[in-house]
Ligand binder design. Structure first.
Ligand SMILES: Cc1ncc(COP(=O)(O)O)c(C=O)c1O
Length: 285
């Protein structure tokens, strides 16, 4: 789960202490048995569950929660289902088969500034039924009605979210979709996915390195088996040829590569292993 979720819970006034963190399985996907148990436990304690937040592409490993099963639980229990697809959701354009159940979400967050290659910022929230958002946020009274007489709409854009005045963020996305076409984005995302698999393979064939989590999308978490990985990361960044971040996987410091740039080439992907091994060698010297 991304740290934006506890922040949202706090902003909504629900209180972080009312957020239940659901354990994950060995592939870092939400365990639906644990989700069901948490709902039963809360109901037993006279607390009312209201929503489930699933993730379609976690920030650290790119894991996709079992969306169909989670949607079934949400439906059965009458809970709102939000899917955080900020990083991974847009890969559904390229590999829809990995995102079954996504269309059952009541709300879905997507960051076009991540995997649709847009400049910051271009976040987006989609609703299964926008009327429910309008019920929540509308109510700006006469101003909305006067405004709406002109544009012949029953609602205004600011009736669907917290924000009122805002920049025209959608313009850059609309223009690049018009110019390049959806297929170009699909192909670029497929290339990123392919580069992640290439890197995972290159890591797996390098005896000094090991992959730490399944590579579902374009994030690859791995480590040097014997050296100080944090020191390697600092050195790799200083060398300036490739840029990696880090994650904690099963308590271990992991090097994390994430491919979300349409200009990245296969050679760049393979350069990561070269850079890691050179940085590791430098640590000896
Ligand atoms: C899974 C996930 N959710 C939410 C966010 C927050 O996105 P933003 O910084 O655009 O608000 C991120 C950003 O890394 C993310 O990876």
């Amino acid at each position: 789960m991304h740290m934006s979720i506890p922040k949202a819970i706090a902003l909504l006034g629900i209180g972080r202490q009312n957020l239940r963190l659901i354990p994950v399985d060995k592939d870092f996907r939400m365990r639906t048995d644990a989700l069901e148990a948490a709902i039963v436990e809360d109901k037993g304690a006279d607390r009312t569950p209201i929503a489930i937040v699933a993730t379609a592409g976690t920030v650290a490993t790119g894991a996709i929660d079992p969306l169909c099963e989670i949607a079934e639980i949400a439906h059965r229990e009458g809970l709102w289902l939000h899917v955080d697809g900020a990083y991974g959701g847009l890969a559904a354009l390229a590999v829809p088969e990995q995102f079954q159940g996504l269309s059952s979400a009541d709300s879905l967050s997507l960051d076009a500034h991540k995997w649709l290659y847009q400049p910051l910022d271009c976040g987006c929230l989609l609703y299964g039924d926008p009327a429910r958002a309008r019920q929540t946020f509308a109510g700006s009274g006469d101003y909305v009605r006067i405004f709406n007489q002109d544009c012949d709409e029953a609602f205004a854009f600011f009736d669907e979210s917290f924000e009122l005045s805002r920049r025209f963020r959608a313009l850059k996305l609309w223009m690049s979709l018009q110019y390049h076409g959806r297929q170009a984005f699909r192909e670029a995302i497929r290339r990123d996915l392919h580069h992640a698999q290439m890197l995972a393979q290159a890591v797996a064939t390098q005896p000094g390195l090991e992959v730490l989590s399944p590579v579902t999308l374009s994030a690859v978490c791995f480590r040097h088996r014997t050296k100080d990985n944090e020191a390697i990361l600092r050195r790799v960044i200083d060398r300036g040829r490739v840029y990696l971040s880090n994650a904690t996987i099963n308590g271990q410091f992991a090097l994390r590569a994430c491919f979300v740039n349409h200009r990245t080439t296969a050679a760049d992907a393979l350069a990561i292993v070269e850079e890691i091994m050179s940085a590791a060698d430098e640590l000896n010297g």
